[in-house]
Design a protein around this ligand. Structure first.
Ligand code: SAH
Length: 231
């Protein structure tokens, strides 16, 4: 996907981007490519694939995020979906969270060079930060873990009535079926389930949940326990 193709696809989806925002995405793209040469940032390294599988894919969340004032992207890695969303929603306070320090160092460079004044990089683990009172209106996660585990990591970080958005592959529907108990326990219910086929043919299942009741204080548990006995 070229810059022009990305622009066209976004306009077809009524996702508003200015030329300045596309410039920022291109600047981010060249930082990903040059940093990938010296550290393992993302498996997708080709420019066209980065625009489609990282930028366009991330921006498909726009309709669910556009009114939010705060967002936490759990396990953001090289910044997905958090950075593209921050670029198109500069007024939203985006917290880019990751457990890996070198990814956080890269993200700090990105937000400085792109001039993202509302972005914040948080090095840490979701299950620990949740107990320190960190909350946002929207919590996103792509390619972090299976939904049963992800719900316990992410829903506690949502404000009441807030949203948790899990970006899943084709197995998303099955994961949803086996996460019913976990979702109920942490207080989330499904609002929307969408399936997208990206131009390359990849399937993206986005699951949008609402937090309808407070998460009991004992959640999230420690990671070893979550993994050993998922809800
Ligand atoms: N969301 C990105 C990165 C996915 S890789 C993308 O889709 O491209 C998963 C990332 O989640 C890794 O960078 C890892 O460090 C981070 N991670 C895994 N478990 C985590 C946790 N409990 N809290 C915070 N980050 C976590």
């Amino acid at each position: 996907m070229t810059r022009e193709e990305l622009e066209k696809k976004l306009s077809e989806r009524e996702i508003p981007v200015t030329e300045g925002m596309l410039d920022q995405l291109e600047q981010y793209l060249s930082m990903i490519v040059s940093t990938n040469a010296v550290m393992n940032l993302t498996a997708i390294t080709e420019e066209g694939a980065i625009r489609e599988k990282h930028f366009y894919d991330s921006l498909l969340l726009y309709p669910y995020v556009k009114d939010a004032k705060t967002l936490i992207d759990v396990g953001t890695g090289a910044g997905f979906p958090g950075i593209p969303l921050q670029i198109v929603l500069p007024d939203c306070h985006v917290i880019l969270m990751d457990a890996t320090k070198k990814k956080c160092d890269f993200l700090r460079r990105v937000i400085t060079e792109l001039g993202c004044r509302n972005a914040e990089v948080l090095h840490g683990r979701a299950e620990e930060l949740a107990h320190r009172g960190l909350r946002a209106e929207v919590v996103t996660a792509r390619a972090v873990s299976e939904l049963r585990i992800l719900a316990e990591l992410c829903v506690p970080l949502c404000k009441m009535k807030g949203r948790f958005i899990a970006m899943k592959g084709p197995m998303g529907h099955e994961e949803l079926a086996s996460a019913q108990k976990a979702l109920q326990t942490v207080g989330a219910r499904l609002k929307e389930e969408t399936e997208e086929i990206l131009p390359s043919g990849d399937t993206r299942v986005n699951l949008v949940f609402e937090k309808y009741k407070p998460t009991p204080k004992e959640y999230p548990r420690r990671y070893a326990e979550i993994k050993k006995k998922p809800l």
